[in-house]
Design a protein around this ligand. Sequence first.
Ligand SMILES: CC(=O)SCCNC(=O)CCNC(=O)[C@H](O)C(C)(C)COP(=O)(O)OP(=O)(O)OC[C@H]1O[C@@H](n2cnc3c(N)ncnc32)[C@H](O)[C@@H]1OP(=O)(O)O
Ligand SMILES: O=C([O-])CC(=O)C(=O)O
Length: 371
Amino acid sequence: MEEQITYKPGLNGVIAAETCLSYLDVDAEEIVIKGYDLIELAQSVLYIDLIHLFLQGSLPTEQEQVSLEKELVQAYHLPSDILAILKQLPHTTHPMDALRTSISTLASYDEQLDIHNEVETRQKTIHLLAKIPNIVANSYHILHNKQPILPREDLAYSTNFLYMITGHVPNEREAAIFDQSLMVYSEHEMPNSTFTARVIASTNADIYGALTGAVASLKGNLHGGANEAVMYMLLEGKTVDGYRNLLYNKLQQKEKVMGFGHRVYMKKMDPRAALMKEALRELATEKGEAEIFEMCEAGEQIMKEEKGLYPNLDYYAAPVYYLLGIPIPLYTPIFFAARTLGLSAHVAEQQQNNKLFRPRVRYTGPRGLHP
Ligand SMILES: CC(=O)SCCNC(=O)CCNC(=O)[C@H](O)C(C)(C)COP(=O)(O)OP(=O)(O)OC[C@H]1O[C@@H](n2cnc3c(N)ncnc32)[C@H](O)[C@@H]1OP(=O)(O)O
Ligand SMILES: O=C([O-])CC(=O)C(=O)O
């Protein structure tokens, strides 16, 4: 007898893989990351510690943290051809597209490209984590006819990332908030981009291909692209009243409001958004930008009352990045840079216990036609 298979549009609720990396426990309001609560991690450790957690299976000692940082620093520099390719791109290129091209190009410089064992994938992950912030920041400078800002080896990993973007060393709180944003963006179970990467890796394709596909997926505004869209929306609103009117108009036109809703926590606040909301409150106060916080809260209220929807991470990460002085087209590339950690871990997990992804369809077309 043929097995009864249920079709779920968008694979909603379907279990697509087994993983020991992360799990969204919606009832417990916990994002489980290798046994830890992501929010607790983000409040107590650093992004570099998460790198260690994913690559070595445990949080690092101080000594382990220092040697991991050194390993990353040694891999910071990009093949000069990558910068040359970035210079060839039309200046209208979005940094996500420049990133897609660059990650794809990195494959050509890996002499062990098709070796997928644990040691090699770890090595590739270190290189990707070291190089992607450099690509993200400098694609933007190059596309704007500016000189690249070289990585600074004396700065901590995430401080250096923010430095390469803005050209100045952030103060301690700015650096900490940026680091926290990288942590909350680092891994999130099975979003579209992670599924994409795992599907690609399942053919035995290389990690660069898997991540190139993931960049393409993350760019869309139903996924990572929403953070940039949120910021453009806030700027269009200008004031609390202007923003309120904008949102009511969007809802009246049956438009989606970016930064709200989530496939897994549609009717609850994304716990990561709550953390970034507090970061925004702090930055807005410190920088005398209270109105942006008030606008965000007003939007949150309207969406709750009118649609029963809550903010996702992108809603509060966007204004945080704005107050950190980050150019808007870099918001989604930064999301990707942070997610490189989770994506690489998923690719490694897929490689270690591979089964080709190849689902079936429910056919809705005609039959019995003849030429
Ligand atoms: C970090 C991240 O990547 S989080 C996601 C970032 N993306 C966004 O913020 C984009 C805006 N949000 C959305 O489009 C959706 O909430 C998604 C894509 C995140 C999840 O979508 P799905 O699970 O496929 O649900 P779907 O889009 O079908 O929405 C269900 C219902 O809620 C409504 N809805 C969902 N999100 C929104 C929104 N942001 N604004 C207005 N209405 C919304 C839909 O219109 C739909 O209503 P209907 O049943 O009357 O047609
Ligand atoms: O989980 C999702 O579908 C999207 C998301 O929030 C993320 O990738 O961080």
